[in-house]
Design a protein around this ligand. Structure first.
Ligand code: COA
Length: 383
């Protein structure tokens, strides 16, 4: 039920729950049919048949690229790879205690401050800024993880696709094709999800006619929170906590009792639930299939068992289903990413959706400025 202000009788849509604020042609989330379409294409089909680069092109241009268009797009992405001097120098100033999401947010801001078209808001300039950001962010994430481990920067390779190069720059060696494939699927599934909190943040900032990098920087801030993108990191902390509490016994056996205690303490279980999907997240089955392959590839059946045990305990206790952050947490862990790097991986992907929305917002802009009901002190005179 929508709460009503006691003073004025005005309906208050807390959290904008159920409020339709605009239309979009970028993606369609349909909780009834449990489907997610990017520009009309089911995301499952895109994950099975496309590269992340093709999906980025689709989100920005509205159509999948022809062979020629894809070649041009891939070249632009490869040309933009690597760590810019100003970005590297700024990251080097940040202590390794800085959360990697803060590093990402700072890097996006520096990339904006140094971009030659920083103040241009034409579609052409914004397409260029978007691809430059897409190309630059893997180097930021990879370098950040490496410096935390005391490792040297690994330069980008332009003979590898986006996902293969991302993994190469992070780990300093080529990943197995099945690992690249699973990573590619995760990038595609994370790319876009209509008016979620970070995308809406990007649209709000864009609606003031601020530049694209400002909007992306704000979106990264919104994504950091545990109720949004930060959940994939939090899922891994949950797995680690259950494993610690099991004290050497099989953690899958302890999942139910851990969950019961957490729910009794009124804790939110990260990686479960969704504002829009109430019957399961449309992206989870595809991501789970990739996770299963990685569990086999890395020979970690224990992680698969813990995943299943917590999911079924949550189903029994609350009938709440996992969201995309539930399978991606353990997936990125298996690939070797540090837990704090998981949400920056989400950033690297979601740059595509955010910027597609930024460009769409500018096509028919209206300043986003909601109202509120005042419930503070009544008017009074300053003594
Ligand atoms: N753990 C425990 N209980 C949960 C829950 C979770 N992850 N998600 C929802 N619930 C419960 C709430 O406690 C509430 O119960 P109540 O009616 O008894 O109070 C009910 O389900 C409705 O939850 P609510 O928080 O109102 O739903 P919402 O639409 O506002 O929230 C989320 C959606 C995503 C914020 C919420 O599910 C959540 O916090 N999930 C964990 C964080 C997460 O994984 N985020 C990534 C989202 S993609």
């Amino acid at each position: 039920m929508t709460p009503t202000s006691e003073a004025t009788g005005t309906e208050i849509h807390k959290g904008l729950d159920g409020v339709v604020v605009d239309s979009t042609a970028v993606s369609k989330v349909n909780p009834e049919t449990n489907s997610l379409l990017y520009r009309g294409y089911p995301v499952q089909q895109l994950a099975a048949k496309c590269s992340f680069e093709e999906v980025a092109y689709l989100l920005w241009h509205g159509e999948l690229p022809t062979t020629e268009q894809l070649a041009g797009f891939e070249k632009a992405e490869r040309d933009g790879r690597g760590l810019e001097r100003a970005v590297k120098a700024t990251i080097d100033l940040l202590p390794i205690t800085t959360h990697p999401m803060d590093v990402c947010r700072t890097a996006a801001s520096v990339l904006g401050a140094t971009h030659p078209q920083a103040e241009e808001n034409s579609r052409e300039a914004n397409l260029k800024k978007s691809i430059d950001l897409l190309a630059a962010m893997p180097a930021v994430v990879a370098y950040d993880q490496r410096r935390r481990r005391g490792e040297e920067e690994v330069p980008a390779r332009d003979d590898l696709g986006y996902s293969a190069n991302f993994l190469y720059m992070t780990f300093g060696q080529e990943a197995a094709p099945e690992v690249v494939e699973a990573f590619n699927v995760s990038m595609i599934l994370y790319a876009e999800h209509s008016f979620n909190a970070s995308t809406f943040t990007a649209r709000v900032i864009t609606s003031t006619l601020a530049d694209l990098h400002s909007a992306v920087t704000g979106a990264i801030g919104a994504l950091k929170g545990a109720l949004h993108g930060g959940a994939n990191e939090a899922v891994m902390h949950t797995f680690e906590q259950i494993t610690r509490d099991a004290k050497g016994a099989d953690p899958a056996e302890s999942a139910k009792s851990w969950l019961d205690a957490a729910l009794a303490a009124k804790k939110k279980i990260m990686g479960f639930g969704h504002r829009v999907y109430k019957n399961g997240d449309s992206r989870v089955p595809t991501m789970k299939a990739s996770l299963d392959k990685m569990v086999e590839h890395y020979n970690r059946p224990d992680l698969g068992h813990l995943y299943d045990a917590l999911e079924s305990a949550m189903g029994e206790a609350k009938n709440i289903k996992p969201n995309l952050d539930y399978p991606t947490g353990p997936l990125y862990h298996l690939m070797g990413f540090d837990t704090q790097m998981f949400t920056p991986l989400f950033v690297a992907s979601r740059i595509t959706g955010w910027t597609a929305h930024i460009m769409e917002q500018l096509e028919a802009n209206s300043l986003i400025r909601p109202l509120s009901v005042y419930n503070g002190a009544p008017e009074r005179d300053v003594p």
